[in-house]
Design a protein around this ligand. Sequence first.
Ligand code: TYM
Length: 345
Amino acid sequence: MEALAEPNTVTNTAAKERPTVLSGIQSTGILHLGNYIGALSLWAANQSQYNNLFMVANLHTLTVPEAINPRELRQKSREVAALYIACGIDPDESIIFLQSDVPAHTYLAWILGCCTPVGWLERMTQYKVKAAAQETVGSGLLNYPALQAADILIYKANFVPVGDDQNQHLEITRDIAQRFNHLFGEYFPLPGTLNRTSGARVMGLDDPTQKMSKSIAAKKQGHAIALLDTPAVIKKAIMGAVTDAGGDILFESASVGVKNLLVLYEVLSGQSRPAIEANFAGKGYGALKRELVDLVVTTLEPIQAKFNELMSDDQQLDELLSTGATRASVIANQTVADVRKLVGV
Ligand code: TYM
């Protein structure tokens, strides 16, 4: 597995001995290889070097309430937490919790929302795309970044490991922190974004011009590989992936579809680009796809086994999430207590 990529934007004003890392995934849809490569695998790497908090962003899921089935959401949130552990997040090294179990996030989100100009929120790409797809746009969708900023700032996180589609959310988080600090006094450190140097944006297998996404995956087979897909489904998706009429396997000159497969191979195998190019020289795309199928299947097999084991013991998972929420709340409540004093409530 690739070591943690170098942070590309870091203003680390609060690094003590061990910097704090926080990240999260929404509990919508099915987690896919893009989530694993862009986020989860990055979280799992080097956990021992950081104070880690990994949350299931189930309150963000409510920003499109029309898509919610409460029973499914409850189940999905547990599944996402189980997948964190199955993908290598160690509950002894990292605090794992549901966002909704730490109410201090929403408290801070209100205060940060009050410090956030509406113009900043309206400019967010994700807001524009999601709002355009909705008949009725809830104010939660507009305020989404204030809650995400609260998730991060409440733990004074130094680093946020994410895929590159989240970079705009990290920029606005820093802007919100700076505005709060300007209004009420220097308090929040500015979090840095951690992206993979390769694999920060995994593309759709059926259409490599689009990011692999949970929402497209829900509608189209062959778009994504879900972390819980069977070997047969994985094989079908990869063998059917869009490539081009050529056959050379070179990272530099590859078309978007071939580059996407190469990057998947690179990240999952941990091999260098020259070694991969040498391995596939003269073999064509069929060989690349076949080897990638094997690699994805062997990567996901132990994850699926661990996931099934965790999901078979409700009590263990509940206890783990409850411990995580308790540990996270200690830190979050302290921040809210400080902020209350700073703002005068
Ligand atoms: P979400 O649930 O859309 O995605 C979770 C993580 O997976 C990454 N990701 C990808 N990486 C590479 N290639 C892809 N195709 C791909 N698709 C998704 C995302 O970049 C992300 O890291 N707003 C966040 C959830 C959130 C959050 C937070 C994240 C809420 N609060 C605080 C960090 C910190 C979201 O919707 O991620």
